[in-house]
Design a protein. Structure first.
Ligand SMILES: [Fe+2]
Length: 314
């Protein structure tokens, strides 16, 4: 099971909205929601990755500073991570219709997933949950699942373990994988993925995991998952598996391997390359496509509003 943070004070909302089967659900009709006039759209999903929240909300970090960085010592760019997540949350809550679901694709925490980091993280995502949006989390290399579980008393015993599951939406299934701290899926999870995809071949699938499947050649080259090639082959053999969407590389990227589109999500927090985009992605699903739009923290960034389309049905 994945880590799911249900809307606060409205756990019944998820069951109710999914049971209705429609794509737009008015919160007022369900008797839930702080903003009772808000509509929740199952075909709209907010995509975040690499929030890297510190236990100190005032902390900024120079993401451009890494071994071998071409940026001069005095020219590093610093980003406040808590402010970036808080701004993203405000923008997502203001959407109309509001996405029913939000995925944070790993690296919620700044360092190694300490209790203090997750307390801050949960404080920052609380407004999203209070707005009626369900938050789904995958595990990244900076996360510590035990420490996060420890702060989620509502988690049931069966939800603790490998954090992989499926969000079934009207036009696509979102498959959330657990690429762990080292990008390793393991045989058990790979078998599970194969079985789940084969059982759901009637609907397009978008696969999410924190790690990039193949080495990237961006500004800060990043090794790929040990089983990345095999994973992409497995997906390419199933034509309904349309895309693999990952974090980890802190760079908004788009490539294609066979028939599978590979999307690198921007970090909410700090970027590795000077002036690179950071923010979140607004994904809208229809029968024919998944349309991704980049929402930069800096609305004047040249890539703000960038779009990528994943064809679901041609
Ligand atoms: Fe990261």
């Amino acid at each position: 099971m994945p880590i799911i943070l249900p809307p606060i004070n409205r756990r019944d909302f998820i069951k109710s909205s999914l049971a209705l089967g429609g794509s737009v659900v008015a919160s007022s009709s369900l008797g839930v929601g702080r903003d009772r006039s808000a509509e929740f759209e199952l075909n709209r999903v907010a995509l975040l990755a690499d929030t890297h929240i510190s236990d100190n909300p005032d902390r900024s970090y120079p993401g451009t500073k890494w071994p071998g960085s071409p940026v001069k010592e005095e020219e590093h760019e610093w980003v406040n991570m808590a402010d970036s997540l808080a701004q993203s949350a405000r923008e997502i809550i203001e959407l109309n219709p509001r996405p029913a679901n939000l995925v944070i694709n790993g690296d919620c925490a700044f360092s190694r997933g300490t209790k203090g980091e997750y307390q801050e993280f949960l404080r920052l995502v609380k407004p999203i949950r209070e707005a009626g949006i369900t938050v789904h989390i995958t595990i990244g290399n900076h996360d510590n699942r035990e420490n996060l579980w420890g702060l989620l008393p509502f988690l049931k015993k069966e939800q603790v373990g490998i954090q992989a599951d499926i969000i079934e939406l009207p036009h696509a299934n979102l498959v959330l994988l657990d690429s762990g701290r080292k990008g390793i899926l393991g045989d058990k999870q790979t078998d599970w993925l194969t079985e789940q995809l084969d059982r759901r071949s009637d609907k397009p699938a978008l696969i999410f995991g924190h790690f990039n499947p193949l080495p990237t050649s961006g500004v800060r080259p990043c090794r790929g998952m040990p089983e990345g090639s095999a994973l992409l082959k497995l997906l390419a053999q199933r034509k309904h598996a349309k895309a693999y969407i990952h974090g980890h590389t802190h760079d908004w990227q788009h490539s294609k391997e066979d028939s599978v589109q590979i999307i690198g999500q921007p970090p909410v927090s700090y970027y590795f390359g000077k002036g690179h985009a950071h923010g979140w992605v607004d994904m809208k699903l229809s029968e024919k496509s998944a349309d991704l739009e980049l929402c930069c923290i800096d609305s004047k960034h040249t890539q703000h509003g960038d779009r990528i389309q994943i064809v679901l049905k041609s």
